[in-house]
Design a protein around this ligand. Structure first.
Ligand code: BTX
Length: 325
């Protein structure tokens, strides 16, 4: 709520100084009883607030949560995240975003959860999303574009993820076409782009991003322990998830606006500079069979080009890639 936002902002700006209930009420334009209720709500979210009689309140500690208040505080975007829909536990943020999008959610609406119990990757594969450890989010965009452009948004999101991770950590992730972000060869983030569209125009693009942040090895089930990693495992410290969400939304907004102004070329160049597979021998498993060859790059549509040993160039729209075969 806007009151909550004003209360938090004021408490943060006053830093170590106490702010009285009356002062907060004046700033937020509400009653002292309302302030008291908001303070209680913030405590439930994990903020540690000290209250001293005749002095007022101050913030001692902020939680590593991804609640609306936590993300909003310090978020520097214009449209992304104007609406933030947070839930503690959901089946999948992607499903909620689909429903909101059909109901007319505005561009930039963010759905985020502390835990997913039925998170999904491509082809309905499971996406492991343990409680309180990662960023499980779905972002709704509404570009005025034909549906064929939608796959480019996976690449926009991938570049944004790499840049956000580089901004917040000392790590240098790489992109494996089309939707995996790897660190030291292990998957740290997966991206799932879905669409609500008519034959000639996109209604909504729903970008699902699953980022492993504070997991230890034990958080991952056996079957993915060898292929998965988290930022914390790689960086050796725990990180603030809300700060990463903020940087990520800012990066997506900047790249999205660059893309709408100048088209896919600048995105493509950035993407290729982070890509792991370009120039390498790869194997691509598609639903129509397997193709082996050298990855040449991506087209202006974001389609992967592979040259096989006979010199034929294949365009791959969707596949799982193995590098260095
Ligand atoms: P994908 O199909 O490319 O990858 C899925 C595969 O990744 C799984 O089969 C498994 O091998 C592996 N995997 C599962 N969980 C993890 C994990 N936590 N870390 C690393 N590897 C894992 C990738 O699909 C797209 C994932 C998008 C997830 C987001 S989370 C928010 C939104 N909601 C939702 O249900 N999905 C998206």
């Amino acid at each position: 709520s806007t009151i909550r936002k004003k209360v938090l902002q004021a408490l943060f700006e006053s830093d170590q100084e106490f702010l009285s209930g009356q002062a907060l009420a004046d700033i937020a334009g509400c009653s002292r009883t309302a302030i008291w209720k908001h303070i209680e709500e913030l405590r439930k979210e994990g903020f540690v607030l000290e209250a001293v009689r005749k002095k007022g309140y101050r913030i001692i500690e902020t939680p590593d949560s991804v609640t609306e208040s936590k993300i909003r505080l310090g978020l520097q975007t214009r449209t992304l995240g104007t609406m933030i829909h947070y839930e503690e536990s959901v089946l999948s943020t992607q499903r909620i975003a689909h429903t909101l999008a059909s109901d007319g959610a505005e561009e930039g609406t963010l759905v985020i959860a502390d835990e997913q119990t039925a998170g999904r990757g491509r082809l309905m594969r499971e996406w492991h999303s343990s409680k309180g450890t990662g960023i499980w989010m779905s972002l709704i965009l509404k570009p005025h574009l034909p549906p064929q452009k939608a796959p480019q948004f996976t690449l926009i999101a991938a570049v944004a993820v790499v840049q956000a991770i580089e901004e917040v950590t000392g790590l240098h992730p790489q992109i494996k076409w089309p939707n995996d972000i790897l660190i030291n060869g292990k998957k740290v983030t997966g991206i799932l782009t879905e669409l609500q569209a008519e034959s000639d125009k996109i209604n909504s693009i729903i970008i699902g991003i699953g980022m492993n942040v504070n997991q230890t090895k034990d958080h991952f089930p056996d079957e993915i322990q060898k292929i998965a990693t988290s930022l914390s495992i790689e960086e050796g410290r725990t990180l603030s998830r809300s700060v990463i969400v903020q940087r990520l939304l800012e990066r997506i907004e900047a790249l999205y606006s660059l893309y709408m102004k100048e088209g896919f070329t600048p995105i493509k160049l950035l993407w290729e500079s982070y890509a792991i597979s370009i120039g390498k021998k790869i194997r691509a498993r598609t639903i129509n069979g397997t193709i082996e060859g050298r990855a040449l790059g991506i087209t202006d549509e974001g389609v992967l080009k592979i040259e096989d040993s006979g010199g034929t160039i294949h365009q791959i729209y969707s596949a799982d890639i193995e590098v260095n075969v």
